[in-house]
Ligand binder design. Structure first.
Ligand code: HEC
Ligand code: HEC
Ligand code: HEC
Ligand code: HEC
Length: 454
């Protein structure tokens, strides 16, 4: 709706912030049967305030537009707000990705499949084919060429809102590496500041030369958010000799960043981000101060604690790093990434049994994480428990785990233990994933010969 030109003031009074109309009348300003001249191209008109659309009795809570299209959720534990993305309920996506939907939020105890079937009876099945950005963003977690293509399609789709395209380019930078330099460069020159903001965030993950080339332009951007993001993204790159004649505009962007941090000094996240920036600039003491301030402001956040521990590690203070992780685990015992970080710090301290206990906690809290399991298996092998290491990985693979690193590690231990048929089985899974990899093909051939398989 924002893309079509609907603004805050179409629904809110400017001074009080309260709504302009009560109940469904707010939406019927535009969504009635009378065609609106202002939105002639978008056709938002139609008969919506009727059981034919809402399928709930007139006047009931289930017939209120906002209850289906602006479901309420509680933010920051205390602030109930209605969703301003004006979505259409998609219980089918909830079934795939665990996203919330209005139907089952009200109909507690009913399943997403139930809601989807009721919607099929009401609206036919075409709603399932409505365009959605969800698949592309959910695919980011998996990575790979298909995920890159899906995000790239969103970036290039000019019918999408700026915030969607900008978020897509930011994600693309995270998973695309050197292959997406041209995409990020194009986004950095887009007239929409949300795309340039996404490009600045994406640039942080690109190879250093491309990074500076793109960020150099954005240090002087007309929008402060873009300048701040550009300065933040450069934080980790080799500076300042590297900057050359960009140095002046970089310093100006850093001044913007500092002003932004000062204005938001009461937010833990702002201090945390500033700490990351300072860490990239190798200003360890200032970074430590910023992370500590973030922890004071919000002791429940794990990010600043992890960053502080990693800062100690990077500056060779392994004992402080381990202690910081231990404190973080004590504050949030159910967080898998903290357990994992703590485990790694215990490995560095050569406290293997304690490290293994923490790896096991991390795996218990996040059973789907292949990296946690693989690292746990390596720790087990290192103290002679190769059989346990193999069993752990084997049961993950037998349950459908596809991660190449995990499978490769399982094969190593299988070979070490002389378990050739099992090793062959796993090598064949890898072979199906990477049919053109000659090393895997060789291994399969050798194992087939050794086991007498065809
Ligand atoms: C299509 C109508 C519509 C538009 C457009 C709209 N809002 Fe709202 N807004 C609502 C409704 C409905 C509520 C819920 C009010 C309630 O429950 O009392 C709401 C609530 C809010 C609240 C109160 C949240 C709270 O925590 O109490 C804020 C703030 C707000 N809107 C800001 C905005 C801003 C800023 C914009 C423009 C970027 C905007 N709204 C655009 C309909 C709209
Ligand atoms: C000022 C006019 C205006 C008001 C008020 C308004 N809308 Fe809209 N709405 C539009 C326009 C225009 C579109 C079409 C956007 C498009 O297709 O690009 C739209 C589209 C929609 C869609 C379809 C979104 C999609 O993903 O296809 C929903 C749902 C919706 N509005 C719900 C609401 C609700 C609920 C309210 C009241 C809280 C409301 N609208 C108030 C103008 C308005
Ligand atoms: C019980 C839930 C529910 C309520 C209440 C509800 N809607 Fe919807 N709305 C839906 C669903 C589901 C769809 C998608 C239907 C489809 O794809 O055929 C939808 C679609 C829409 C669309 C998009 C139409 C299009 O063709 O793209 C608009 C606009 C809309 N609703 C406006 C409203 C307004 C205005 C109200 C209040 C008068 C309202 N809705 C009340 C569930 C609801
Ligand atoms: C604000 C809460 C609310 C939302 C959102 C809502 N419903 Fe309902 N629904 C109700 C209530 C309450 C009733 C009982 C009828 C009544 O008195 O309004 C009902 C009745 C029904 C019924 C008939 C009775 C039954 O339980 O079989 C179906 C089917 C249904 N809803 C499906 C849906 C679907 C599908 C959606 C999402 C598109 C949805 N509802 C969204 C509150 C809601």
């Amino acid at each position: 709706m924002a893309r079509a030109g609907v603004t805050c003031l179409d629904c809110h009074k400017p001074h009080e912030g309260v709504l302009k109309a009560e109940g469904n009348a707010l939406c019927l300003q535009c969504h009635s049967e009378t065609a609106s001249e202002r939105f002639a191209k978008q056709h938002p008109n139609g008969l919506f305030d009727a059981p034919a659309h809402t399928h709930h009795p007139v006047g009931s809570t289930g017939s209120q537009c906002v209850n289906c299209h602006m479901p309420q959720r509680t933010y920051m534990k205390v602030d109930p707000r209605r969703d301003h993305s004006f979505v259409i309920p998609r219980p089918d996506l909830s079934a795939s990705y665990g996203t919330p939907n209005a139907c089952t939020t009200c109909h507690e105890g009913k399943t997403d499949a139930w809601a989807a079937e009721e919607m099929d009876k009401w609206y036919g099945t075409a709603w399932r084919q409505r365009k959605t950005i969800v698949h592309a963003f959910a695919g980011t977690a998996k990575g790979g060429p298909a995920a890159v293509d899906a995000l790239r399609n969103l970036v290039e789709d000019r019918d999408q809102a700026g915030i969607v395209r900008g978020s897509a380019i930011a994600q693309l930078g995270r998973i695309g590496g050197a292959d997406v330099v041209a995409d990020v460069k194009a986004a950095a020159g887009d007239p929409d500041p949300l795309l340039r903001l996404g490009a600045a965030e994406a640039a942080g993950a690109l190879p250093p030369a491309a990074r500076l080339d793109i960020l150099g332009e954005l240090f002087g951007d007309e929008t402060r958010a873009v300048r701040v993001a550009a300065a933040t993204a450069l934080g980790g790159a080799p500076t300042p000799e590297f900057l050359g004649d960009q140095r002046g505009s970089f310093e100006a962007a850093v001044a913007d960043l500092r002003a932004y941090i000062e204005a938001n000094a009461d937010f833990a996240e702002a201090n945390n981000n500033y700490g990351m920036f300072l860490m990239g600039q190798r200003r360890a003491q200032d970074a430590e101060k910023a992370f500590r301030q973030a922890i004071v402001l919000d002791p429940s956040l794990s990010g600043p604690r992890i960053n502080l521990a990693e800062l100690f590690r990077a500056t060779g203070q392994d004992d402080k790093s381990e202690r910081t992780y231990a404190e973080a685990v004590a504050a949030s015992p159910d967080q898998a990434d903290l357990r994992y970080g703590h485990a790694l710090s215990l490995v560095r301290a050569k406290a293997m049994p304690a490290a293994i206990r923490e790896f096991e906690e991390a795996t218990r809290l996040d059973p789907g994480n292949a990296r946690y399991k693989t690292t746990l298996s390596i720790a087990l092998d290192s103290i002679g428990r190769t059989e346990d290491a193999f069993k752990l990985l084997a049961s993950a693979i037998d349950a459908g785990e596809q991660d190449a690193n995990l499978i490769g590690t399982a094969i190593n231990y299988g070979l070490k233990l002389g378990l050739y048929p099992e090793s062959l089985k796993y090598a064949e899974i890898l072979g199906r994933q990477q049919p053109d990899n000659p090393r895997i093909a060789d291994l399969i051939a050798q194992l087939r010969a050794a086991t007498g398989a065809k």
